[in-house]
Design a protein around this ligand. Structure first.
Ligand SMILES: [Ca+2]
Length: 269
């Protein structure tokens, strides 16, 4: 095969991938730098649950035995309470069409939801989903979680922002890196037992970040979660990490994925 022909085929594949509008997350490149000292974890699937194929998952939280999910896309963005076992939507609030919903977190009795490029976040009553207030930030809004004291927010870069949960003022930033490389495209977040878990956009990898330094101390390799059959209808990338702190259960899913997984992590031998 001539080199020119191979280049042509390669170009055609890229064009087709772009035209399809969906990222093929099982062939994603690793975000891990060559000189990384981080621990690589794999996974076991403990349980598989149904997930709404129409949910463009941007935020995921487990609290009080149910899932809370924020979904994105203009005209389709929602906040929802979802039954884990069935995937049934127990309660839903639609965002107005001008907002592209992003990450969510639950702080006390409030749910906080970011939007992508509108520089505005929303605060809702956890029970009624009533909108209590809005707040502004200067960056894009991607993922959000909290460590019990501060909100922690991602913006698509390698920078995490720490916000006062009452005033939403930024009180600090954290640069996330592995070895000497910044780790960009940090997306959905979850604070788990003293670490920040972040899935890296357009990959099947989750970074485990030390909040004190920003160093990635571990990587979770989530390749292979979806089967070929799961991909028979279009799916988008891995996105969504939730943690059941009471029962120590870890959940992951993706945008438009038909399934949500409870997984356990496997340390290297
Ligand atoms: Ca989360």
């Amino acid at each position: 095969m001539s080199r020119l022909f191979m280049l042509f085929i390669l170009g055609l594949s890229v064009l087709l991938a772009v035209a399809s509008g969906f990222s093929c997350s099982n062939t994603s490149e690793s975000p891990i730098p060559d000189n990384s000292d981080a621990i690589i974890y794999t996974y076991n699937i403990v349980n598989t649950y149904p997930h709404d194929r129409n949910a463009f998952t941007q935020g995921l939280v487990f609290k009080d035995d149910v899932l809370y999910e924020g979904t994105g896309q203009y005209g389709h963005s929602t906040l929802r309470r979802v039954e884990l076992e069935t995937g049934d939507i127990l309660q839903i609030r639609e965002l107005s069409d001008q907002f592209f919903g992003e990450g969510i977190t639950i702080y006390g009795d409030k749910i906080i939801q970011l939007t992508w490029q509108s520089n505005v976040g929303f605060v809702y009553d956890k029970y009624s989903f009533e909108l209590l207030q809005g707040f502004n930030y200067s960056t894009e809004g991607w993922g959000i979680t909290h460590d019990g004291t501060h909100l922690i927010m991602s913006d698509g870069t390698s920078t995490l922002h720490f916000l006062n949960p009452q005033t939403f003022e930024e009180i600090g930033q954290l640069e996330v890196f592995d070895s000497d490389s910044p780790i960009t495209r940090l997306n959905e977040l979850e604070y788990i037992q003293g670490e920040i878990y972040a899935n890296v956009w357009q990959t099947d990898w989750v970074a485990r970040i030390a909040p004190q330094t920003g160093l990635v101390i571990g990587w979770i390799d989530l390749r292979g979660l979806l089967t070929a059959e799961d991909r028979s209808e279009p799916v988008d990338v891995l996105n969504g990490i939730a943690y059941d702190a009471e029962a120590d259960r870890l959940f992951v899913t993706g945008k438009l994925w038909p399934k949500l997984f409870e997984i356990e992590l496997i340390s290297p031998p």
